[in-house]
Design a protein around this ligand. Structure first.
Ligand code: SAH
Length: 208
Protein backbone atom coordinates (compact mmCIF):
# COMPACT_ATOMS: atom_id res chain seq x y z
CA UNK A 1 0.00 0.00 0.00
CA UNK A 2 2.90 2.31 0.75
CA UNK A 3 4.42 1.48 -2.65
CA UNK A 4 1.15 2.50 -4.29
CA UNK A 5 1.17 5.75 -2.34
CA UNK A 6 4.69 6.43 -3.60
CA UNK A 7 3.47 5.96 -7.19
CA UNK A 8 0.67 8.47 -6.61
CA UNK A 9 3.26 10.95 -5.26
CA UNK A 10 5.41 10.43 -8.36
CA UNK A 11 2.41 10.95 -10.65
CA UNK A 12 1.66 14.19 -8.83
CA UNK A 13 5.18 15.49 -9.49
CA UNK A 14 7.27 14.55 -6.45
CA UNK A 15 10.76 13.84 -7.80
CA UNK A 16 13.03 14.01 -4.74
CA UNK A 17 14.10 10.39 -4.36
CA UNK A 18 14.83 10.71 -0.66
CA UNK A 19 11.35 12.09 -0.01
CA UNK A 20 9.83 9.19 -1.95
CA UNK A 21 12.01 6.71 -0.07
CA UNK A 22 10.88 8.17 3.28
CA UNK A 23 7.20 7.92 2.26
CA UNK A 24 7.90 4.32 1.26
CA UNK A 25 9.55 3.46 4.56
CA UNK A 26 7.69 5.34 7.32
CA UNK A 27 4.48 3.47 8.27
CA UNK A 28 1.71 6.09 8.22
CA UNK A 29 -0.76 3.87 10.09
CA UNK A 30 1.23 4.37 13.32
CA UNK A 31 0.11 7.98 13.36
CA UNK A 32 -3.60 7.48 12.88
CA UNK A 33 -6.43 6.78 15.22
CA UNK A 34 -7.21 3.04 15.06
CA UNK A 35 -10.57 3.92 13.47
CA UNK A 36 -8.71 5.10 10.35
CA UNK A 37 -5.78 2.68 10.42
CA UNK A 38 -6.99 0.64 7.45
CA UNK A 39 -7.20 3.77 5.33
CA UNK A 40 -3.78 5.11 6.27
CA UNK A 41 -2.42 4.89 2.73
CA UNK A 42 -5.16 6.87 1.05
CA UNK A 43 -3.91 10.22 -0.16
CA UNK A 44 -6.00 12.28 2.22
CA UNK A 45 -5.90 14.07 5.56
CA UNK A 46 -7.41 12.43 8.66
CA UNK A 47 -8.54 13.74 12.04
CA UNK A 48 -6.20 13.17 15.00
CA UNK A 49 -6.51 14.13 18.70
CA UNK A 50 -7.39 17.67 19.80
CA UNK A 51 -9.44 18.35 16.63
CA UNK A 52 -6.30 18.56 14.48
CA UNK A 53 -5.36 16.68 11.31
CA UNK A 54 -2.50 14.62 9.93
CA UNK A 55 -1.64 16.27 6.60
CA UNK A 56 -2.21 14.64 3.19
CA UNK A 57 0.78 12.50 2.17
CA UNK A 58 1.08 14.70 -0.91
CA UNK A 59 1.30 17.82 1.26
CA UNK A 60 3.95 16.19 3.45
CA UNK A 61 5.92 15.14 0.37
CA UNK A 62 5.56 18.57 -1.29
CA UNK A 63 6.73 20.52 1.76
CA UNK A 64 9.60 18.06 2.33
CA UNK A 65 10.69 18.44 -1.29
CA UNK A 66 10.64 22.25 -1.09
CA UNK A 67 12.88 22.09 2.00
CA UNK A 68 15.65 20.39 -0.06
CA UNK A 69 16.63 18.37 3.01
CA UNK A 70 20.27 17.36 3.32
CA UNK A 71 21.41 14.66 5.74
CA UNK A 72 22.53 16.40 8.94
CA UNK A 73 20.25 19.44 8.46
CA UNK A 74 18.92 20.89 11.69
CA UNK A 75 15.19 21.36 11.09
CA UNK A 76 12.53 23.09 13.15
CA UNK A 77 8.96 21.94 12.58
CA UNK A 78 6.01 23.99 13.82
CA UNK A 79 2.95 21.79 14.44
CA UNK A 80 4.03 18.28 15.47
CA UNK A 81 0.43 17.04 15.15
CA UNK A 82 0.59 13.28 14.64
CA UNK A 83 4.40 13.29 14.32
CA UNK A 84 4.31 11.85 10.77
CA UNK A 85 5.99 14.81 9.04
CA UNK A 86 8.71 14.91 11.71
CA UNK A 87 9.45 11.21 11.10
CA UNK A 88 9.64 11.72 7.32
CA UNK A 89 12.28 14.46 7.85
CA UNK A 90 14.15 12.38 10.43
CA UNK A 91 14.13 9.40 8.06
CA UNK A 92 15.80 11.68 5.49
CA UNK A 93 18.67 12.20 7.93
CA UNK A 94 17.67 15.50 9.53
CA UNK A 95 17.96 16.39 13.20
CA UNK A 96 14.38 17.45 13.92
CA UNK A 97 13.01 19.74 16.63
CA UNK A 98 9.21 19.83 16.56
CA UNK A 99 6.92 22.18 18.50
CA UNK A 100 3.23 21.58 19.27
CA UNK A 101 0.81 23.94 21.06
CA UNK A 102 -1.74 21.22 21.99
CA UNK A 103 -0.47 19.53 25.13
CA UNK A 104 -2.47 16.35 24.42
CA UNK A 105 -0.70 15.91 21.07
CA UNK A 106 2.67 16.75 22.58
CA UNK A 107 2.14 14.02 25.20
CA UNK A 108 1.12 11.44 22.59
CA UNK A 109 4.03 12.07 20.21
CA UNK A 110 6.61 12.33 23.01
CA UNK A 111 5.73 8.75 23.88
CA UNK A 112 5.09 7.45 20.35
CA UNK A 113 8.14 8.67 18.42
CA UNK A 114 10.84 7.02 20.58
CA UNK A 115 8.73 3.85 20.77
CA UNK A 116 8.66 3.45 16.97
CA UNK A 117 12.38 4.13 16.68
CA UNK A 118 12.60 7.91 16.16
CA UNK A 119 14.60 8.79 19.27
CA UNK A 120 16.47 11.55 17.43
CA UNK A 121 13.36 13.79 17.19
CA UNK A 122 13.13 16.37 19.95
CA UNK A 123 9.49 17.19 20.75
CA UNK A 124 8.73 20.53 22.42
CA UNK A 125 5.53 21.88 23.96
CA UNK A 126 5.03 25.57 23.28
CA UNK A 127 3.91 28.33 20.95
CA UNK A 128 5.55 27.86 17.58
CA UNK A 129 5.36 31.60 16.86
CA UNK A 130 8.30 31.93 19.25
CA UNK A 131 10.31 29.21 17.53
CA UNK A 132 13.01 27.48 19.58
CA UNK A 133 15.68 30.14 20.28
CA UNK A 134 17.65 27.72 22.49
CA UNK A 135 18.39 25.53 19.47
CA UNK A 136 18.59 28.19 16.72
CA UNK A 137 19.83 28.75 14.06
CA UNK A 138 18.08 26.14 11.91
CA UNK A 139 19.04 25.07 8.39
CA UNK A 140 15.38 24.60 7.57
CA UNK A 141 12.04 25.55 9.15
CA UNK A 142 8.74 23.94 8.18
CA UNK A 143 5.39 25.31 9.35
CA UNK A 144 2.54 22.80 9.05
CA UNK A 145 -0.35 25.13 10.00
CA UNK A 146 -1.76 27.96 7.87
CA UNK A 147 -0.39 31.40 8.79
CA UNK A 148 -2.03 34.77 8.09
CA UNK A 149 1.14 36.79 8.78
CA UNK A 150 4.86 36.17 8.30
CA UNK A 151 6.33 35.03 11.61
CA UNK A 152 9.39 37.31 11.78
CA UNK A 153 10.75 35.50 14.84
CA UNK A 154 10.96 32.29 12.81
CA UNK A 155 12.76 34.01 9.92
CA UNK A 156 15.29 35.35 12.44
CA UNK A 157 16.03 31.78 13.61
CA UNK A 158 16.98 30.67 10.09
CA UNK A 159 20.66 30.13 9.26
CA UNK A 160 22.17 32.05 6.32
CA UNK A 161 21.22 30.09 3.15
CA UNK A 162 18.50 28.40 5.22
CA UNK A 163 14.97 27.84 3.92
CA UNK A 164 11.57 28.19 5.52
CA UNK A 165 8.48 26.59 3.98
CA UNK A 166 5.18 27.98 5.24
CA UNK A 167 1.56 27.94 4.02
CA UNK A 168 0.22 31.51 4.03
CA UNK A 169 -3.25 32.86 3.37
CA UNK A 170 -6.62 33.13 5.07
CA UNK A 171 -8.45 30.52 7.13
CA UNK A 172 -9.72 28.50 4.18
CA UNK A 173 -6.82 28.34 1.78
CA UNK A 174 -3.13 29.05 1.74
CA UNK A 175 -0.35 29.35 -0.83
CA UNK A 176 2.83 27.45 -0.12
CA UNK A 177 5.62 29.98 0.36
CA UNK A 178 9.34 29.31 0.52
CA UNK A 179 11.71 31.90 2.00
CA UNK A 180 15.44 31.53 1.44
CA UNK A 181 17.77 33.58 3.62
CA UNK A 182 20.38 34.93 1.20
CA UNK A 183 22.18 37.06 3.81
CA UNK A 184 21.58 38.40 7.32
CA UNK A 185 19.07 40.93 6.00
CA UNK A 186 17.76 39.58 2.71
CA UNK A 187 15.17 36.90 2.14
CA UNK A 188 14.02 35.59 -1.22
CA UNK A 189 10.35 34.62 -1.51
CA UNK A 190 8.91 32.01 -3.89
CA UNK A 191 5.28 31.00 -4.25
CA UNK A 192 3.90 27.54 -5.00
CA UNK A 193 0.43 25.95 -5.22
CA UNK A 194 -2.65 26.20 -3.02
CA UNK A 195 -3.24 24.01 0.05
CA UNK A 196 -5.59 23.87 2.99
CA UNK A 197 -4.22 23.65 6.55
CA UNK A 198 -5.58 24.01 10.08
CA UNK A 199 -4.80 27.51 11.43
CA UNK A 200 -1.50 28.58 12.97
CA UNK A 201 -2.75 29.82 16.37
CA UNK A 202 -1.00 31.83 19.07
CA UNK A 203 -0.43 30.57 22.61
CA UNK A 204 -0.75 27.02 23.93
CA UNK A 205 -3.65 24.74 24.88
CA UNK A 206 -2.91 22.92 28.12
CA UNK A 207 -4.63 19.74 29.26
CA UNK A 208 -5.62 16.45 27.70
N1 SAH B 1 2.84 18.06 10.89
C1 SAH B 1 1.62 17.47 11.34
C2 SAH B 1 0.41 18.25 10.83
C3 SAH B 1 -0.47 18.60 11.97
S1 SAH B 1 -1.72 19.80 11.69
C4 SAH B 1 1.54 16.00 11.00
O1 SAH B 1 2.43 15.48 10.30
O2 SAH B 1 0.61 15.32 11.44
C5 SAH B 1 -0.97 21.25 12.35
C6 SAH B 1 -0.60 21.26 13.81
O3 SAH B 1 -0.09 22.56 14.11
C7 SAH B 1 -1.75 21.01 14.79
O4 SAH B 1 -1.45 19.92 15.61
C8 SAH B 1 -1.84 22.32 15.59
O5 SAH B 1 -2.18 22.13 16.95
C9 SAH B 1 -0.41 22.85 15.45
N2 SAH B 1 -0.24 24.30 15.69
C10 SAH B 1 -1.03 25.33 15.31
N3 SAH B 1 -0.52 26.50 15.75
C11 SAH B 1 0.63 26.21 16.44
C12 SAH B 1 1.59 26.98 17.16
N4 SAH B 1 1.49 28.31 17.31
N5 SAH B 1 2.63 26.33 17.73
C13 SAH B 1 2.77 24.98 17.62
N6 SAH B 1 1.88 24.20 16.97
C14 SAH B 1 0.82 24.80 16.38
Amino acid sequence: MRQQLVRIMEDQGITDQRVLEAIRMVPRHYFLDSAFEERAYENRAFPIEAAQTISHPYTVAFQSQLLEVLPGDKILEIGTGSGYQACILAYMGAKVYSIERQEALYNITSELLPRIGFRQIRTLFGDGYKGAPRFAPFDKIIVTAGATEVPKTLLSQLAIHGKMVIPMGDDDQQKMIRYTRDSVKSFRKEEFGAFSFVPFLKGVNKGN
